[in-house]
Structures are given as structure tokens and as C-alpha cells.
Design a protein around this ligand. Structure first.
Ligand code: BG6
Length: 305
């Protein structure tokens, strides 16, 4: 294969958007991520040397299934599904399947399916990187070490629950919210907005932090909380300047970062959540937890179904 095409809907689409960063930067393979309901109805240029990856919690989402069949009809036969349900149609229809084994998703909004999709996609990245000789054995061992550290990092982030509950108490009174992120954390910001909309019925938008000034900044006032997902990585300084723009407009920033990021932000944030320090590549898995908890506790406090 010489490229990857990821097809998915909703939360699964956002895990694909995160994986694009890994696949292009670690495995050096050109990657496209498409919303299944768009891909299936548009004219596209098929490449038979593409690995078509469908992502789905249920393995039954009609648009994703149709997009998979569409890709196959266009001559793309290298198909892999990353799916949580071993007996699903998508697993049956795909040449290869990776079962995430997250356990049953009880609610419609997928949560643990998202983090396990990310874990699967990170492993897929390493497998492709290995075949393409883009990682040395040492680099591969380092990435795997970062993955093996994840259970500890996720335990630490789950311990932030009391802080998230306090934060959700403010949030439950809001009408609108913005979520900002850059790079791998841009899809995490989109996911934060989707989760909040889907389960607490609060209008929320996710934006690439650098895009804020091109329009959406007009929405910022003291009644619009702005959640910024920004570990202290190579993009942090850029995001900090976006936070300063928000603060200058009176916007209330909730910063989710690690200790170094919180210290670097000084008093620009109204509220902070300190995530454990972790490897920058696997950070999206860790940062998705506080935003899932925020949506959950806001929904509980609002009494939404
Ligand atoms: C939607 C759900 O209907 O389907 C989303 O509300 C979900 O939460 C999306 O992400 C895609 O589902 P699946 O099962 O294909 O991952």
C-alpha cells in the first residue's frame, strides 16, 4: 500500500482524524480521512494501493458500511475495519478486522470505543512504519513503552474526576461552549464539542485554535466558556497566543494541560485541569478522558436523558 483512506462517522471519524497525524508523521504514509456519508456520494479518484480503514464502534453504521462497499466497488480491495463488535456486518465485509474489545457501549455516545480505536490506530501506525522501515527498533520500542504507560496515565487522569465535577457545575448553566486544540488535539477538541452536544444538549463547537481569529472569535464573551486542550508540546506557544486573544475578549478559558503547560499559561486561564505528563504521541488518549467526563457530569447535573 502507498496510502491510507479512513472512513467513519461521528466519534469514530475523530479518532481517524487523530490517527492521520500519527500515520503521516511516524509511518510517513499519505493519509486521507473522510466522513463516510460524504465519501459514498462523491466522485473520487480510487487508488488500488490504498488501505481502506473503516472505523466503527458498532460495525453497523449504514453510511460507513456503504462507504466501504463504495470503495470496494471502485477497486480498492485492501480493507481493514477497526471495530468493537466481532459479529458485525463491517467485520464480515472487510478483508481484515481488528477487534477493539472495549466492552459493550451502553449509551449512544461512544467513549471507551474511542480510546480503544485510538490505541488500535497507534498500533496500526507502528505496523505500517515497521514495514516501510520508517522506525528503528529503538524508536518502535519507545512508542510501545509510551503505550504501555497508558493504563497508569489514564488512571491518573480518572483521578481528576472531582475537579471535573466542580467544572461541570459551571458548565451545566451554559448555553454555548467552544473547544480549541491544535495538531493531534484539534480532533480531540472536536470530540469534546460533539460529546457535550450529544449528551448534555449544550451547543458546542470545536475549532482549530489558529482558526479562531478567522471568524469564530466574534462569539467570545464572558458567557462562552472556551475549553482549550493543549499539552505542553511543540504547539503550545501558538495555542497560548490564541488563549491570550480569547482572554482579551473577556472569554473564560478552561485549560486542560500538563503541569508545564499550566505553569507556562500563567493566569490566562480561568480554570485549569492538570493532566499527567505523558508521551506527546499518545497524549490524545489521555486528553480525551477529561472531556468525556465533562460531558457526562454536565449531562448528569442537567438531568438530560
Ligand atoms: C452516531 C452516534 O449515531 O454514530 C455517535 O451518535 C457515533 O456517537 C456514530 O460516534 C458512529 O458510530 P459507530 O458505531 O460507527 O462508531
Amino acid at each position: 500500500i502507498d496510502s491510507v483512506l479512513i472512513l467513519a462517522c461521528g466519534t469514530s471519524y475523530y479518532s481517524g482524524c487523530t490517527a492521520k497525524f500519527w500515520l503521516e508523521s511516524i509511518a510517513g504514509i499519505s493519509t486521507q480521512v473522510e466522513i463516510a456519508s460524504e465519501y459514498r456520494y462523491r466522485d473520487s479518484v480510487p487508488n488500488p494501493r490504498t488501505l481502506v480503514v473503516t472505523l466503527s464502534q458498532s460495525g453497523e453504521t449504514a453510511d460507513t458500511m456503504a462507504a466501504l462497499k463504495h470503495a470496494r466497488n471502485l477497486g480498492m480491495t485492501h480493507t481493514l475495519t477497526i471495530c468493537n463488535v466481532a459479529t458485525s456486518s463491517m467485520v464480515r465485509e472487510s478483508a481484515m478486522a481488528y477487534i477493539t474489545r472495549a466492552g459493550v457501549e451502553i449509551g449512544v455516545a461512544s467513549t471507551k470505543a474511542f480510546t480503544t480505536q485510538l490505541a488500535a490506530l497507534f498500533l496500526l501506525t507502528l505496523a505500517i512504519a515497521q514495514v516501510r522501515q520508517r522506525v528503528s527498533p529503538q524508536q518502535e520500542a519507545e512508542h510501545l513503552r509510551a503505550m504501555r504507560h497508558l493504563p497508569l496515565a489514564l488512571q491518573a487522569v480518572l483521578a481528576l474526576e472531582p475537579q471535573v465535577i466542580a467544572w461541570a457545575q459551571d458548565f451545566a448553566r451554559q448555553q454555548n461552549a467552544l473547544f480549541l486544540g491544535r495538531g493531534m488535539h484539534y480532533p480531540i477538541a472536536l470530540e469534546g464539542a460533539l460529546k457535550l452536544k450529544e449528551i448534555s444538549y449544550i451547543h458546542a463547537e470545536g475549532y482549530a485554535a489558529g482558526e479562531l481569529k478567522h471568524g469564530p472569535i466574534a462569539l467570545i464573551d464572558e458567557d462562552t466558556p472556551v475549553v482549550v486542550v493543549a499539552p505542553h508540546d511543540g504547539l503550545f506557544e501558538k495555542t497560548l497566543s490564541n488563549m491570550q486573544e480569547v482572554a482579551a475578549r473577556g472569554g473564560k478559558i478552561i485549560l486542560i494541560s500538563d503541569a508545564a503547560g499550566i505553569a507556562a499559561a500563567g493566569n490566562v486561564a480561568h480554570r485549569t485541569i492538570t493532566a499527567p505528563a505523558c508521551d506527546p504521541f499518545v497524549a490524545p488518549l489521555v486528553y480525551s478522558i477529561p472531556i468525556q467526563l465533562l460531558a457526562y457530569y454536565t449531562a448528569v447535573l442537567k438531568g438530560t436523558d
